[in-house]
Design a protein around this ligand. Sequence first.
Ligand code: HAM
Length: 417
Amino acid sequence: MIRVIRGVRDILPGEAVQWQSVEAEARRIFGLYGFHELRTPIMERTELFARAVGETSDIVEKEMYSFPDRKGASISLRPEGTASVVRSFMENGFERQLPWKVFYMGPMFRYERPQKGRYRQFHQIGCELFGPQGPLADAEMMAMAMRYLGQIGLAEGLTLELNSLGCPACRPAYREKLTSYLESKKEALCGHCQSRMDRNPLRILDCKTPGCREIAQSAPHMKEHLCDDCQSHFDGLLAHLDGMQLPYQINPLMVRGLDYYNRTAFEITTGDLGAQNAVAAGGRYDRLVADMGGRAMPAIGFAMGVERLVLLLGEQNQTTPPAPSVYMVVAGPEAEAVALAAAESIRGADITLEVNLQGGGMRNQMKKAARSGAAITVIIGDHEAAQKVAQCKVMESGEQQEISLADLPERLKSDLK
Ligand code: HAM
């Protein structure tokens, strides 16, 4: 038997019910804020992710599913959604329609070590907002994410964590300070952090190794080295969050794993998922559009991991797919000739119906009808077929009535009410 790839999973019909409601609620809530859905391709040129997410990020360095196409162009399965949204924004000229607000949902691919809440194919629901520069936009995005999470039943136990990552005016000087501090502690850093000291020293701040964590705690933090503009942006954001009474925690060690962020970075975390504690994450990326060849364009966004949301919803995802309203028992060759047409007319009245397609005796078919969970069983035997009628059995009471096939859709509709 061929098995599914490691880190990749099926979303079984019972779980899919939960996924659909999580997705439907996203459409509804984001719609309240004026966001519209954008569907981008699952594969893009590798260069798009290399430039947007960053050559030195873990994602681009070692986690992408990349392959040459038949003409040798390097293609990658998308590891995240923001790069494609930026490409689409530029390519379709949405620079002329600001603010541009989109959401997206779908699979992403990263070759990570699989564990609870971390997969190689996972799904994100994300939102991106282009145009507004001030902290009002940041605060509204966070309020929207929290409202959504509250609506799907995850209000409890989530923490909104914030940081500012500065900008090109203040980050280089900070980076220098940080590097010289880390140099003095180099021996005590883990091997991985020692190797990324030159390329990406900020990432050392969120290393999970105990030794590195201790060093990070006493390291100089970006938050204390912001330029005046970044500081007033951050202060403005906090004031707006306070105004909405949206609780938050400032986390000076949050640096994010993608290189495109500046100023605001945020994560919504839970204590219930072990190491994979972020259910949502995002931030500002005011330079990305320009870095990709467009004009300067402030932007902010976030994405949520759907698997993590569903894991947190826990017990509720033990649903079974809904039962059909009607089950149809078909007994005899004459009956078969009329059954499908009758079934079609019933579905035409918006009634869910499952026909027994596997033959079998009456007793056996009635057992299947009971197992299906349908409220009503419609029985068509050769006798009924000849008379153009059906027996309708209400499963709960056992009450049975003969109804003409012509009247069946309407009768079922009113009985099911
Ligand atoms: P990210 O932090 O890489 O950010 O991913 C966002 C969320 O996706 C995470 O908080 C987590 O819930 C989920 N996630 C990430 N990797 C996995 C995985 N391997 N398995 C399961 N879930 C995962 C981004 O992707 C940015 N594009 C977010 C953003 C949008 N920033 C601005 N706009």
